[in-house]
Design a protein around this ligand. Structure first.
Ligand code: KIV
Length: 276
């Protein structure tokens, strides 16, 4: 997948999928799956670091997490999220931080939140040579100013504004737009009004790509479950079961059995490489 393939998929009517990863192991699992795109989202603030919003995450945090994902997923398109406060001061600040994110992590593009008001910044970043993915609808970084984590575009006026946002992002040069938590009809209307791919999370079926946080879709994150999240597996339960089996066998002495012990000197070179 390259940045050009997003439009190719859309034009050919091929749907694709986009999931998060915040570490090397998860990235390598996604890389081995059929999912086409990885987002190192600032949602890592909540999912990995336990904050109650995405606001506290820094450029350093993002760089720290994007690097191992790029290493773990060499065949997958990796999107790096710009954290809150890293692009809303000036166009110069936004270009400098976008450059830093791409240069220091080698991710394939950056994503940032905002509609019409952010369009001039997106244009400036695109003109500096960096591909930009937009993000409108529920924008978690500024959710408090909209009264919290709520469905957006629920009134005719706000739905129209969202479509204007999408058009402004397309005109500014964004190559795709994440649309989060909007009624299905709004995402459908938006998709009819803009030509670039619409990547939906909680936006219904009429989008070009479904987006989901991996820890949500695999049933790993336990703090809350938004309405739009479906658990396609129950990895949290499996992990707890595995941990409890380890605990039980360690306590009752069935682990480690003979096969997991170094009982002969000859085992040692096999594990640690050739003896010096
Ligand atoms: O940070 C993130 O995970 C996101 C998705 C919700 C699209 O921005």
């Amino acid at each position: 997948m390259t940045v050009l393939d997003f439009q190719k998929y859309k034009d050919e009517g091929r749907k694709f999928t986009y999931v998060t990863a915040y570490d090397y192991t998860t990235a390598s699992i996604v890389n081995d799956s059929e999912c086409e795109v990885i987002l190192v989202g600032d949602s890592l603030a909540m999912i990995m670091l336990g904050y109650n919003s995405t606001v506290p995450i820094t450029m350093e945090d993002m760089i720290y997490h994007i690097r191992p994902v790029v290493k773990g997923a060499p065949n997958t398109f990796v999107v790096g999220d710009m954290p809150f406060g890293s692009y809303n001061v000036s166009k110069e600040q936004a270009i400098a931080n976008a450059n830093r994110l791409v240069k220091e992590t080698q991710c394939d593009c950056i994503k940032l939140e905002g509609g019409v008001t952010m369009a001039p910044t997106i244009k400036a970043i695109v003109e500096s040579g960096i591909s930009v993915m937009g993000h409108i609808g529920l924008t978690p970084q500024t959710a408090t100013s909209f009264g919290g984590f709520k469905v957006q575009g629920g009134t005719p006026e706000s739905a129209r504004q969202l479509i204007e946002d999408a058009k402004a992002l397309e005109k500014a040069g964004a190559f795709a737009i994440v649309v989060e938590c909007v009624p299905s009809v709004v995402a459908k209307a938006m998709r009819e009004e803009v030509h670039i791919p619409i990547l939906g999370i909680g936006a219904g079926p009429d989008v070009d790509c479904q987006v989901m946080v991996t820890q949500d879709l695999l049933g790993m994150y336990g703090d809350f479950k938004p309405k739009f999240v479906k658990h396609f597996a129950n990895i949290r339960e499996e992990m707890i079961k595995g941990l409890n089996r380890f605990h039980e066998e360690s306590i009752n002495g069935t682990f480690p059995s003979e096969e997991y012990c170094f009982n002969k000197a000859v085992d040692i070179p096999a594990v640690y490489g050739s003896a010096k």
